[in-house]
Ligand binder design. Structure first.
Ligand SMILES: Nc1ncnc2c1ncn2[C@@H]1O[C@H](COP(=O)(O)OP(=O)(O)O)[C@@H](O)[C@H]1O
Ligand SMILES: [Mg+2]
Length: 242
């Protein structure tokens, strides 16, 4: 594929097709000023099929967030190869990588909603700078309906519960028809009941829309809701339920 084809393919792929993720011997070491260095991800080899769900578990510091950032092309590995939808992401040019990133939705522990914007405008925010081949406002409303907030579109984040704010963040992650959704401790700021609901919403959207879903969590009951569980320790895969 030449560059333009590849950009086009990330932008216009079927809306019901998750992207495949493949890692081969991926490592990432953080070197801080002194002599200390931490290998946050250590020779990880992993295949995730399109439309599947994976829980990344392991203690704090085991490398979950680093692995998500590498898969999301927000960080670059020191070694190894990451392939998304058949393309080695290290070989992408900047514009291609930007196009790929727009097809990857992120959900964070702390929601990261913009406090001055309504729920609707928060969902719209990621696509406002871009021309899209879909009606942005109609899609944002549809997504807020899909996460159960059809009657909260004009609310500000401060007028929403934690669980509702995370639902807005999930709708925002889906606005640009992602093929992959990466969620980093999405239930970490929520009580168990609300957290369980949030993962159920994520998994329902995955099934309905054919997304590939990767959830980092240290909560075993949350992890059990995903089809497959990977346990990380010191950046290595300790076990894989597959
Ligand atoms: N930006 C960074 N600079 C230096 N060390 C980091 C950085 N990010 C993470 N680390 C270290 O890498 C290891 C893995 O961190 P992280 O991926 O955040 O784990 P987890 O998400 O499982 O808690 C930890 O030892 C952490 O201190
Ligand atoms: Mg983390």
């Amino acid at each position: 594929m030449d560059t333009n084809d590849r950009e086009l393919s990330y932008q216009t792929r079927s809306q019901h097709e998750g992207l495949a993720v493949s890692l081969v011997a991926v490592s990432k070491t953080y070197r801080s000023g002194g002599s200390e260095s931490v290998t946050a991800v250590d020779a990880v080899t992993l295949d995730i099929l399109p439309g599947h769900s994976l829980a990344l578990t392991g203690r704090s510091g085991s490398g979950k967030s680093t692995l998500l950032h590498l898969i999301g092309a927000m960080d670059v590995p020191d070694e190894g190869q990451i392939t998304i939808d058949g393309t080695d992401i290290a070989r992408l040019r900047d514009s291609e990588r930007a196009a790929l990133r727009r097809r990857i939705g992120f959900v964070f522990q702390r929601f990261h909603l913009l406090p001055a914007l309504t729920a609707l405008d928060n969902v719209l925010a990621p696509v406002l700078p871009y021309r899209t081949d879909f009606d942005k406002v109609a899609r944002a409303r549809e997504l807020l309906g899909a996460v159960g907030l059809g009657d909260r579109v004009k609310h500000l984040p401060s007028q929403l519960s934690g669980g509702e704010q995370q639902r807005v963040a999930i709708a925002r992650a889906l606005i640009n028809h992602p093929g992959i959704v990466l969620a980093d401790e999405p239930t970490g700021n929520l009580d168990t009941h609300t957290g369980t609901e949030i993962v159920a919403v994520l998994d329902r959207l995955r099934t309905e829309r054919g997304l590939t879903l990767i959830v980092a969590t240290h909560d075993a009951s949350i992890a059990r809701r995903c089809g497959r569980t990977l346990v990380l320790s010191d950046g290595r895969i300790l076990s894989d339920s597959d």
